[in-house]
Design a protein around this ligand. Structure first.
Ligand SMILES: NC(=O)c1ccc[n+]([C@@H]2O[C@H](COP(=O)([O-])OP(=O)(O)OC[C@H]3O[C@@H](n4cnc5c(N)ncnc54)[C@H](OP(=O)(O)O)[C@@H]3O)[C@@H](O)[C@H]2O)c1
Length: 243
């Protein structure tokens, strides 16, 4: 049976990932500020602010260490926020700092803690970072998000280049999931920004991806034999490659 760690598992894509993994019989370790999305004796849940990177790294170490070795260990770095949405001249240092601590520093700290704590198992570890198309192009009023997700891409690229890993092989991918109907999309529709009209139109025309279908496609991606072949990837492109 596989072991899966999911950050940001209380809502949106993360909630669906946790629910699906439990339905499929896996052991899940999850965290977000909010409560566990479901009750299960196979879910180890901790309510935590992952924008505190030291607390986030302590959490993952403590959650993994007392466990027996799984067949394979997986980490999905999913927790994220979109705000602040504003022109660069209006960005306050405190909002920038919180954004980067959640979307980048916290995720990097959890990945490091995951690799340390799982080293003794001697099994393959797979890390899937949830990136965004925003990592790979400039979007007005999204500067913090573009920067942090581009940073996450860079982190995963460097990790994937560390081919000599203690404790067994590591494969890592930074994957953009597409435009998915979650709370993050509600914020984008409600916040005045140059992109607001596009997201209102996408919603009105039924152009947003379904959260459960996206979560299942991400899990299929994570479990595939060729996971790691494309270190920076996009779920829509991955699907197109298969068609
Ligand atoms: N939806 C899209 O169209 C889209 C597109 C590209 C990429 N993404 C990425 O997909 C991932 C999931 O986003 P989503 O759309 O599912 O958004 P969402 O519905 O807003 O969910 C975000 C998740 O992150 C958690 N989170 C936020 N702040 C946190 C904090 N300080 N500490 C711990 N957990 C925190 C939330 O839980 P709590 O509030 O309970 O803490 C929630 O579980 C994100 O990395 C996002 O950037 C989404």
């Amino acid at each position: 049976m596989g072991l899966f760690v999911v950050t940001g598992g209380s809502r949106g894509i993360g909630r669906s990932l946790v629910a699906r993994l439990l339905q499929q019989g896996h052991q899940v370790i999850g965290s977000a500020r909010g409560p566990a999305p479901v009750t299960s004796d196979r879910l180890h849940w901790t309510s935590l602010d992952l924008a505190d990177p030291e607390a986030a790294q302590l959490w993952i170490g403590e959650a993994l260490r007392p466990r027996p070795s799984p067949d394979r260990a997986h980490l999905i770095l999913n927790a994220g926020m979109i705000e602040p949405l504003a022109p660069v001249r209006d960005l306050a240092a405190s909002a920038l700092d919180r954004h980067v601590r959640l979307n980048l520093t916290g995720a990097m700290a959890v990945a490091a803690g995951f690799l340390q704590a799982s080293e003794g198992w001697g099994v393959e570890r797979r890390i899937l970072a949830v990136s965004s198309g925003a990592a790979r192009r400039g979007i007005p009023h999204w500067a913090a998000y573009c920067a942090a997700k581009a940073g996450l891409d860079g982190f995963i690229r460097a990790l994937a280049a560390e081919t000599e890993q203690r404790g067994g092989p590591v494969r890592a991918v930074s994957l953009a999931p597409g435009v998915v109907e979650t709370g993050m999309q509600q914020i984008l529709r409600a916040t005045p920004a140059p992109t607001q009209a596009r997201f209102l139109e996408l919603h009105a025309s039924g152009g947003l991806a379904d959260v459960d279908e996206t979560a299942q496609a991400m899990l299929d991606y994570l479990m595939a034999d060729d996971f790691g072949a494309h270190v920076l990837d996009d779920l829509r492109e991955a699907r197109a490659r298969k068609d």
